[in-house]
Design a protein around this ligand. Structure first.
Ligand code: NAG
Ligand code: NAG
Ligand code: NAG
Length: 633
């Protein structure tokens, strides 16, 4: 193996043909570090750590001028991939049994996850339909087949973590407004006058209604703005435009919204999103980001996940006080994680009995009789959860008798800018394949302007194959992740913490970027739920099939009479379900596409896929498939 490497290095032409890498001293040095690290995957401990650190150092040097990546593109992808592999091995050795970690880390794999995202943006620059050409792929020992599925799985872990994290923050009502905040909404809806898409007609009005409702400034460009860098391509106008508005000093925050996102809940404020997600990180989390902190009290009105709510100790109101301790009932989950509705209860007076949760009903089989109980969340009283049995018995959950937390509804004590972390400047979402540049919020600050400027330079000057999204990803995590990788020993904390720039906060996708139900299904991410701020339609570029969908969304948005529950859109109320809107119909494909619900659209989608497969060749079926185009892309 070693001999072979020396020979390969000596014959320069073979070297650069196989590896698709420019034959320079810098890339040879990089390749050598890569080879050492590749062998180190089989090693333990400090040898592995040394070669990991040295590859990280080389990769950072090789990517600091991003133009140069193109002279050894596959090698760069391979570098990130190998580093992620080395890091995941460390995750695995700390948590054997699950390569992506186990609780109490909530499946978070921060460092490996970010490294794979970086690998992906350089798979895009290969411009080869997301595939690594097989020759160099083999020479470097890298494959895209592992990268994308691993990213999807790790994102689920990040989501879990985020869900847990938000529960520890002060809840903010979706209508919260800070009148001192000066917010601008910026969009570019530049389409030629005869363009068949209805978006340039719908979106500006949709933005205007919303901005007027809350007193936000609105800057919708119907033509490509000529601001920022000279000769700027349309592709990078987003970064330049937002940068120009930050530089104008007129606004505290700028919200960038893509033209194909339609605001659906006019009552939902941007302030509420800013206040919810730029909060100072909890003390305990700062320490390590890991320790299993106690669950905070639920938010008043929170929809809790039923089986979880039942787990723990219960006291039976029929038992007298002196016997209470010894007759506590313990409820736990079923043994099989798959069977999420099964629970077990155990106590001396009942033995071990099995039960099942359906909605807010619990049924238990006590041997001589099956009994039903209603699960009640006692909001008015002590905040405890109670089981009210049909025979009159009452079990009370011992949950420290904490009461629920009221969300902030307006500026006031405990609900003001003291909550906020001045360091958090960017709120952004992430979907299947990484951070999204579709809709985001950015604060006026020196950091933000430098960040946008650097990203713009990367995409516009240094590597024009980059979209604005790739450039943002590069500047939010490349140096940050590759510096962590160089640490001689990676502790639990560094492995799990997200190396994303601390000025940016990833927020739940549904807050700024909920997908239409069909795309949410195929891309396994958050679907629009009534109450969400907006809906976005990735992949909807054709007038036929898409205009109906956009028009229905705008109609929903404009319907002031629609009934939304209090705090609709709040994370603690949100649940996918059948929409309640009076004009929703399951027979309308536009309605199904926007609102789902997910089980129904899954069924329709699967049927159509089967139909397509069965009769791909006949013209009759082609026409059927055309009609199906309404639902598929
Ligand atoms: C980056 O690399 C390219 C290609 O080698 C080169 O032309 C350019 O001058 C470099 N940029 C900087 C800032 O060094
Ligand atoms: C809720 O809690 C209060 C205070 O502990 C109690 O008086 C009341 O009976 C409880 N509600 C129900 C439905 O049991
Ligand atoms: C929006 O807020 C207004 C004013 O508070 C209220 O009257 C209206 O019912 C709300 N609309 C929805 C859809 O929640």
């Amino acid at each position: 193996m070693h001999m072979f490497l020396l020979v390969a290095l000596a014959t320069a032409t073979a070297w650069d043909v196989e590896l698709a890498c420019l034959d320079t001293a810098e890339w040879s040095k990089y390749h050598a570090a890569y080879e050492v690290a590749a062998r180190a995957t089989a090693l333990e401990g400090s040898d592995r750590a040394v070669s990991r650190a040295s590859l990280g150092k080389e990769l950072l040097a090789r990517t600091s001028n991003v133009t140069e990546v193109l002279s050894c593109n596959v090698g760069v992808v391979a570098g990130y991939y190998l580093l992620a592999h080395l890091v995941s091995q460390e995750v695995k050795s700390m948590n054997p049994g699950n390569i992506f970690g186990l609780k109490p880390f909530e499946h978070r794999t921060g460092l490996a996850y970010r490294l794979l995202q970086l690998a992906l943006i350089f798979i895009f620059t290969l411009r080869n339909a997301n595939r690594i050409p097989s020759g160099p792929a083999q020479a470097w020992g890298v494959t895209e087949h592992h990268i994308i599925p691993a990213l999807l799985q790790m994102r689920r872990g990040q989501d879990e973590w985020l869900k847990n994290h938000v529960q520890r923050l002060q809840p903010i009502s979706p209508s919260f407004r800070d009148p001192n905040l000066n917010i601008a909404i910026v969009s570019i809806c530049a389409y030629p006058a005869d363009h068949p898409l209805v978006l340039p007609k719908l979106t500006p009005a949709n933005r205007e209604t919303y901005a007027n409702r809350h007193g936000y400034a609105l800057r919708v460009h119907l033509e490509h703005p000529i601001i920022g860098a000279h000769g700027l391509g349309v592709q990078h106008a987003k970064l330049a435009t937002v940068l120009a508005y930050l530089q104008s000093n007129e606004f505290d925050w700028v919200a960038w919204l893509d033209c194909d996102s339609i605001i659906m809940n006019m009552n939902r404020t941007l302030d509420s999103i800013i206040y919810q997600y730029t909060q100072k990180r909890a003390e305990a989390e700062m320490e390590a980001g890991l320790k299993e902190a106690k669950n905070p009290a639920p938010v008043c009105g929170e929809k809790l996940d039923m089986p979880d709510l039942l787990i723990g100790e219960w006291s039976d109101s029929w038992v007298t006080d002196d016997l209470r301790e010894e007759s506590l009932i313990r409820i736990r989950r079923g043994e099989l994680a798959m069977d999420s509705s099964a629970v077990w209860a155990e106590a001396p007076q009942i033995g071990l009995v099995q039960g099942e949760v359906q909605g807010n009903q619990l049924e238990m089989d006590f041997g001589d009789a099956k009994l039903q109980a209603e699960i009640q969340w006692n909001i008015t009283g002590n905040g405890a959860v109670e089981l009210l049995w049909e025979n009159g018995a009452r079990w009370v959950h011992r949950v420290d008798h904490q009461s629920c937390r009221e969300p902030c509804r307006a500026i006031g004590p405990g609900c003001d800018s003291q909550l906020l972390d001045p360091e958090v400047n960017l709120l952004i979402t992430e979907e299947g394949w990484g951070l999204s540049s579709a809709n985001w919020l950015i604060k006026r600050s020196a950091w933000s302007m430098k960040f946008l400027h650097d990203a713009l330079t990367a995409a516009h000057v240094e590597l024009q194959l980059f979209g604005d999204q790739d450039a943002m990803i590069l500047h939010l995590m490349n140096r940050q992740a590759l510096e962590v990788v160089q640490e001689p020993s990676l502790e639990d904390a560094t492995l799990y913490q997200d190396p994303l720039d601390a000025h940016a906060a990833v927020i739940p996708q549904f807050e700024l970027n909920a997908y239409d139900a069909l795309n949410a299904l195929t891309m396994e991410c958050d679907a629009f739920v009534e109450g969400d701020l907006l809906v976005t339609f990735p992949q909807c570029k054709e007038a036929e099939g898409c205009n109906d969908v956009f028009e229905l969304a705008a109609e929903y948005a404009n319907d002031d009479g629609k009934l939304l529950e209090p705090d609709a859109g709040a994370w603690w109320r949100r649940q996918e379900s059948t929409p309640k809107w009076s004009r929703y119909s399951q027979l309308s494909s536009a309605a199904l596409r926007i609102f789902g619900p997910r089980p129904l659209i899954r069924e329709v989608y699967t049927q159509e896929q089967q139909l397509r497969k069965r009769c791909r060749s006949t013209s009759f079926c082609m026409r059927r498939a055309d009609a199906a185009h309404l639902l598929t892309f």
